[in-house]
Design a protein around this ligand. Structure first.
Ligand code: CAP
Ligand code: MG
Length: 414
């Protein structure tokens, strides 16, 4: 049988952005770029490694992906909306199209999904955050200044009472947020029920004393149990929950954000993202992950420290993430961008210069490592945030603030 030959190239063509999912890929290959781009478009839509007798012209015309542009190593590919399974499929199916087999194609040395734009028909099917950045601020009565948080450290080992004491001390020092670390869920040394109840009591005590604070309890678990665990945690008094989006999946974020029984904001951690985002030539950008988390309803998301802290990330990429959290959208509320990882008071001035003030700034070591303990560590962080917010050099601000001064003496100013 003679096979018809099909081309996936439409270089220079434009398509209706409301009828296609449009992706940008950075491609590293020894093949001519047109060939490499075509192999992605074919594999991810109507083609495979050879011509096939079952591919009719009609199927090809309707469902094939189109290579719209090649600029250097950046390839733009558009996938027709009809390639996507909206009700049953969701983000898992979207990812298997735009970020699926293509990563394993032998002929390509590297492919990185850099960006994605969704048509209204798909974007509108997702509800986005229920609280978002503004909702979190309202909950905490903090309309303008950055939220300031901590991650209870050590990341494992403290029992429920010690965790609650940490949270109480952190809140007494002025922090608005705290959270479980990503490796803590329900281990024997710190059962989630006991921890949640003890922390809820600590937060109630802070509230009685006039301070509002939330603590995100990590409910990251198997897909068939996550909503149930979140419901229980809420019943035990949690005012916020946390989920690891990469290990649990986008569907888990969406389930937590959309389930009518869950009425608390969802803090989204991104542990393991480095496996996808760290290599500039291969994987998935944090920008694409951020856009999907916003669609799925994350209220707060780790976006990096804009080149300042300990975790991987470049200033430009982290700015893109920040913008994807906060930019105006006709569909979704904004997401609170969380800057975390190796943060300490002496770097907050630089961080806020980069990030602006609509962020949540978090420190684990930068609070628990303070020589005066957690409360003073929290005070040092809050003072550094105030200095940045007011535009006062941190060294000057520390002169009359011993907690900040001690932090600067220990860790310096970046
Ligand atoms: C921060 C942290 C967070 C990282 C994750 C940690 O602690 O708890 O998990 O921020 O990285 O364990 O490293 P420290 P990212 O403040 O003690 O560094 O936010 O980039 O996803
Ligand atoms: Mg952590």
């Amino acid at each position: 049988m003679k096979m018809e030959s099909y081309s996936y190239l439409d270089l220079g063509a434009s398509v209706d952005p409301d009828a296609y999912v449009i992706c940008k890929y950075r491609v590293t290959t020894e093949l001519p770029m047109e060939k490499a781009a075509e192999s992605i478009a074919a594999e991810q839509s109507t083609g495979t490694w050879t011509g096939i007798s079952t591919l009719s012209r009609d199927i090809f015309d309707r469902y094939r992906a189109k290579v719209l542009g090649i600029e250097g190593d950046m390839v733009t590919i558009a996938f027709p909306e009809d390639d996507f399974s909206i009700d049953n499929g969701g983000v898992p199916q979207i990812l298997s199209v735009i970020a699926g087999n293509l990563f394993g194609l032998e002929a390509l040395k590297g492919v990185r999904l850099e960006d994605v734009a969704f048509p209204k028909g798909i974007a509108g099917m997702y509800k986005g955050p229920r609280f978002g950045a503004d909702g979190l601020r309202k909950l905490l009565g903090r309309p303008e200044k950055p939220l300031v948080g901590t991650i209870v450290k050590p990341k494992i080992g403290l029992g429920p009472e010690a965790t609650a004491d940490y949270v109480y001390e952190a809140g007494s020092g002025g922090l608005t947020n705290s959270k479980d670390d990503e490796t803590l869920v329900d281990q024997g040394f710190c059962p989630i029920e006991d921890r949640t109840k003890a922390v809820a009591e600590a937060l109630d005590r802070l509230k009685e004393e006039g301070h509002l604070m939330v603590h995100a309890v990590n409910v990251s678990t198997n897909g068939d149990r996550i909503v149930e665990l979140a419901e229980k945690v809420q019943g035990w008094g949690a005012k916020q929950i946390m989920v690891d989006v990469i290990t649990c999946g986008f569907g888990a974020v969406q389930a937590l954000a959309e389930d009518p029984s869950i009425k608390v904001p969802v803090h989204v951690h991104r542990t393991m993202h480095g496996a996808m985002t760290k290599d500039p030539r291969h994987g998935i950008s944090m920008l694409a992950i951020t856009k999907l988390v916003r669609m799925c309803g994350g209220d707060a998301l780790h976006i990096g420290t804009l080149g300042v802290g300990k975790m991987v990330g470049d200033v430009r990429g982290d700015h893109d993430n920040l913008e994807a959290c906060l930019e105006a959208s006709e569909h979704y509320k904004t997401v609170m961008p969380v800057c975390s990882g190796g943060v300490y008071p002496g770097m907050i001035g630089r961080l806020v210069e980069e990030s602006g003030t609509n962020v949540q700034i978090q420190a684990g070591g930068g609070v628990a490592g303070h020589p005066g303990g957690v409360r003073k560590g929290a005070m040092g962080m809050c003072q550094a945030v105030d200095a940045a917010y007011l535009g006062i050099p941190v060294g000057e601000y520390a002169e009359s603030r011993p907690e900040l001064k001690a932090a600067l003496e220990l860790w310096g100013i970046k």
